[in-house]
Design a protein around this ligand. Structure first.
Ligand code: HEC
Ligand code: HEC
Ligand code: HEC
Ligand code: HEC
Ligand code: HEC
Ligand code: HEC
Ligand code: HEC
Ligand code: HEC
Ligand code: HEC
Ligand code: HEC
Length: 325
């Protein structure tokens, strides 16, 4: 099987490739004083645009023995039938840049990943030349971008199918960096996150958009509560008697990633309640009684405050103003 460059002539760039070039060039290299020498040389290569005449065939002459290189043809980016695929355009050079004089060590090609020879921002500009769409609208101001987490920190392209876009593998990719959330999701009370072995059906991207969003913590919905209502619609108001913190932020009382306490509570009652209600009349009794050694009562035993205030998310009962029914 041959992967001939469909255009025949390398200078004949498709519109997408030109967009890609423009994006790469729009990065202010001059402002980047610490740019290493291979970065500047790769920029020059891009500007002179010496694409090979035979596209992938000229690369495969030397690279076809590598299974990992050839695997690109098994995935979406190796599809020669789609007009918007790299293989229908500049082929390998759509991502690795123009060949120029590259024959091995003599002249570099763009490489990706943490040991890549260009910055995360430049690596990303290659991907964004085709993927700058609604899905990436908030990428440039996302925390991942600030932290130099690149597209290829999560995505792989030289594979038949990219693990991270598969719901059974996503969580493992995220928790390879997010160890705190990994610890939390293994606690006694947690959301049923997929472990890749068939257990659990939720993934991080049910609540977060990995490409950034308008909200703190890159949530999928405009507010945190809306993110939770997607699945917990019964907690959505309006109710007759609201409990103020519930309408504001579920995570004031719940750790969405997991907790040692029942119902993923950040603390147990009465401490949880007293973090806000310690000075409210009888609400301070739970500590007082214990301190005096008076033993268990409705305030300290069982569900503590919830023994009476069971409608903690709000009440629809006409007489439920104290969230007790
Ligand atoms: C004449 C042989 C030859 C040709 C033609 C060739 N390469 Fe290479 N390429 C090599 C060799 C050898 C290396 C390894 C250099 C090294 O170890 O530093 C290499 C390295 C690379 C690397 C870096 C790999 C890494 O892990 O650092 C990339 C990417 C690459 N080539 C892409 C291409 C592309 C794309 C083409 C076609 C446009 C191409 N090469 C054409 C021989 C070739
Ligand atoms: C859609 C962008 C894209 C296309 C198209 C692409 N690559 Fe890559 N290439 C990458 C990325 C990203 C990596 C880093 C490893 C990874 O993510 O799989 C990489 C890694 C490599 C490497 C070094 C690692 C290895 O597996 O040896 C070589 C060599 C290479 N590519 C050559 C090629 C050749 C030859 C082609 C064309 C047949 C090609 N690439 C097409 C993006 C691309
Ligand atoms: C020349 C254009 C082009 C470039 C450059 C490109 N892609 Fe793509 N990519 C595509 C096309 C076309 C698809 C298929 C889109 C679809 O199915 O809707 C695709 C699909 C994807 C998907 C979805 C994969 C799946 O299995 O569903 C991911 C993830 C992706 N690309 C990441 C990347 C990353 C990361 C880079 C940079 C290393 C990159 N792309 C560079 C054209 C490109
Ligand atoms: C933190 C990990 C992570 C990073 C970084 C990341 N992605 Fe993704 N990407 C995902 C996950 C998870 C999915 C599947 C779930 C989803 O679509 O939200 C995905 C889906 C995609 C898809 C297919 C669905 C869609 O939105 O079109 C494309 C294309 C894509 N990513 C491109 C990119 C590009 C380009 C970059 C860099 C600018 C990038 N991604 C950075 C994790 C990541
Ligand atoms: C049920 C929804 C939900 C799921 C599933 C979820 N998160 Fe979160 N995450 C949130 C909310 C809400 C916040 C913001 C409030 C907070 O920090 O508790 C957050 C915050 C974060 C933060 C920022 C924490 C900080 O201290 O600034 C990171 C990082 C994070 N999540 C990673 C992950 C990862 C990785 C996964 C998958 C293992 C995941 N989340 C799954 C809802 C979720
Ligand atoms: C290569 C490492 C890496 C991977 C993989 C990774 N992240 Fe992150 N992520 C970071 C770093 C670094 C930060 C910033 C520090 C922090 O908040 O932990 C961050 C921050 C976040 C935040 C907080 C964002 C905000 O706006 O406050 C969320 C949410 C998040 N990541 C979700 C994810 C999800 C979901 C995945 C998997 C699809 C993922 N991350 C994969 C490194 C990574
Ligand atoms: C994608 C769907 C989904 C989203 C979004 C979601 N949850 Fe859940 N939640 C679940 C599932 C599934 C369970 C487990 C139900 C069960 O075990 O019966 C659950 C259980 C819970 C529990 C009870 C745990 C227990 O041990 O009893 C709490 C508390 C909770 N979620 C809070 C939240 C909060 C807060 C948010 C928003 C940050 C949220 N959820 C977003 C699906 C979701
Ligand atoms: C003021 C603290 C507080 C806030 C804020 C809060 N919850 Fe809860 N939540 C609790 C307590 C306490 C329990 C345990 C109730 C019990 O054991 O009867 C609970 C239990 C739950 C449960 C499991 C039992 C059930 O009722 O289904 C879910 C799901 C839940 N909360 C979702 C949410 C969502 C979604 C939000 C935001 C809209 C939220 N909570 C806001 C205190 C809170
Ligand atoms: C993050 C702070 C916070 C936490 C935690 C909290 N509350 Fe509240 N609670 C409030 C606020 C604010 C109000 C509204 C007070 C007002 O209107 O004067 C309120 C109102 C109430 C009311 C009275 C309803 C009313 O409007 O008068 C009861 C009863 C109540 N909370 C019980 C609890 C219990 C039980 C817990 C523990 C499970 C708890 N609260 C946890 C902040 C909190
Ligand atoms: C034995 C049942 C019971 C227990 C246990 C209980 N409460 Fe109450 N609480 C009530 C009743 C009944 C009211 C309504 C009082 C009224 O209308 O005057 C009330 C009212 C409140 C109010 C409304 C404001 C106020 O002071 O009138 C708050 C806040 C409150 N309780 C918090 C708590 C907290 C926090 C705990 C746990 C430390 C707790 N309660 C334990 C029965 C209880």
């Amino acid at each position: 099987m041959k992967y001939h460059h469909p255009k025949g002539k390398a200078v004949n760039l498709g519109r997408r490739s030109l967009a890609g070039l423009a994006l790469v060039l729009s990065i202010p290299w001059s402002a980047c004083t610490a740019a290493n020498s291979s970065e500047s040389m790769l920029l020059e290569k891009f500007q002179s645009g010496n694409y090979s005449k035979k596209g992938a065939d000229s690369c495969l002459m030397c690279h076809k023995k590598s299974d990992s290189v050839m695997a690109v043809f098994a995935g979406v980016h190796g599809n020669t039938e789609r007009s918007d695929s790299p293989m229908a355009g500049l082929q390998c050079e759509a991502c690795h840049g123009p060949q120029g004089k590259h024959r091995g060590k003599n002249e570099p090609m763009i490489t990706f990943g943490t040991s890549g020879n260009v910055s995360a921002e430049l690596q990303d500009s290659v991907c964004l030349s085709c993927h700058q769409d609604d899905g990436r609208a908030h990428w440039s101001d996302s925390v991942h971008t600030d932290e130099e987490v690149a597209c290829v920190s999560c995505h792989q392209v030289h594979v038949a199918s990219d693990p991270v876009v598969n719901r059974s593998n996503e969580v493992a990719v995220c928790t390879s960096c997010h160890t705190e959330q990994k610890l939390a999701m293994n606690k006694r009370s947690a959301h049923p996150l997929s472990d890749g072995l068939g257990a659990g059906e939720m993934v991080c991207s049910d609540c977060h958009t990995p490409h950034g969003s308008l909200t703190d913590a890159s949530l999928t919905q405009l507010t945190e509560t809306d993110t939770c209502y997607q699945c917990h619609a019964d907690k959505r108001g309006p109710v007759l008697w609201e409990h103020e913190p519930v309408t504001e932020s579920c995570s004031t009382c719940h750790n969405p990633h997991g907790s040692v306490n029942d119902a993923m509570l950040t603390q147990r009652a009465p401490m949880l309640c007293q973090s806000c209600h310690a000075s409210d009349g009888h609400a301070s009794r739970a500590y007082g009684d214990n301190a005096l050694g008076l033993g268990e009562n409705a305030f300290t035993s069982g569900q503590s405050c919830l023994n009476c205030h069971s409608q903690i998310h709000g009440s629809n009962h006409p007489a439920g103003s104290a969230l007790q029914r």
